[in-house]
Design a protein around this ligand. Structure first.
Ligand SMILES: Nc1ncnc2c1ncn2[C@@H]1O[C@H](COP(=O)(O)OP(=O)(O)OP(=O)(O)O)[C@@H](O)[C@H]1O
Ligand SMILES: Nc1nc2c(c(=O)[nH]1)N[C@H]1C(S)=C(S)[C@@H](COP(=O)(O)O)O[C@H]1N2
Length: 176
């Protein structure tokens, strides 16, 4: 059976400079290890908020490493150096705006500032490139469903659509 290849990109000026220890890649990896039960392989990158570098990293992960899914964290906000969505759109074949819309709806349950994230998702070749905000805690928040106090699902998470997307693009079956 084909292995799902997943690229993880943490985008942070200060983590890339060593001012603080990167928590983005460990948080992404921990979430995937909890959520995905089928076999997958990971390629990880830590890059500063520089648009050409981010674009180059996304191209490498999709075109050379053959990733079926690339998750980015960080740089989705409105600040001058937040350029991750711009880099993502620059390497896109097609945009998938529903992912960003749904994640902002979910994030509103955690932070009132959710709409400050410009996070989006795009198709490049065989791959889905998906932006997540930079706060390490936002990785779990944006990838999971929202439940009410009784434990019923109030808003569906996006990951079922991610696995279906990969199948629609003739990628491997991913079990969650
Ligand atoms: N990779 C990371 N590792 C640990 N903490 C992070 C990381 N990225 C972001 N954070 C935390 O989340 C906050 C918001 O993330 P954001 O992507 O807006 O970073 P930032 O303020 O632009 O700074 P930087 O790019 O230097 O991380 C940061 O100020 C920092 O406290
Ligand atoms: N789930 C979730 N979404 C979130 C946040 C968060 O902490 N959790 N932070 C918000 C804030 S304050 C900002 S500025 C934007 C952009 O964050 P980024 O620049 O770190 O990507 O994401 C927003 N979305």
């Amino acid at each position: 059976m084909q292995t799902c290849r997943i690229g993880l990109v943490s985008i942070s000026d200060r983590a890339a400079r060593g001012v603080y220890v990167d928590q983005g890649l460990p948080a992404l990896e921990a979430w995937l290890n909890r959520a995905v039960t089928s076999h997958f392989s990971l390629e990880t990158r830590l890059v500063p908020d520089e648009q050409p570098l981010i674009e180059q990293t996304l191209r490498e992960l999709v075109d050379e490493s053959g990733c079926h899914l690339v998750l980015t964290t960080g740089g989705t906000g409105p600040a001058r150096r937040d350029v991750t969505p711009d880099a993502t759109l620059a390497v896109a074949d097609r945009e998938m705006p529903g992912f960003g819309e749904q994640m902002r709806q979910i994030s509103l349950h955690f932070v009132p500032t959710a709409i400050l994230s410009r996070q989006t998702a795009v198709i490049r070749k065989q791959s889905l490139v998906l932006n997540l905000p930079g706060q390490p805690k936002s990785i779990q928040e944006t990838l999971e469903e929202v439940k009410n106090t009784r434990g019923d699902v109030e808003i569906q998470g996006i990951f079922a659509s991610v696995t279906y997307f990969i199948q629609l693009l003739d990628g491997p079956y991913m079990e969650t």
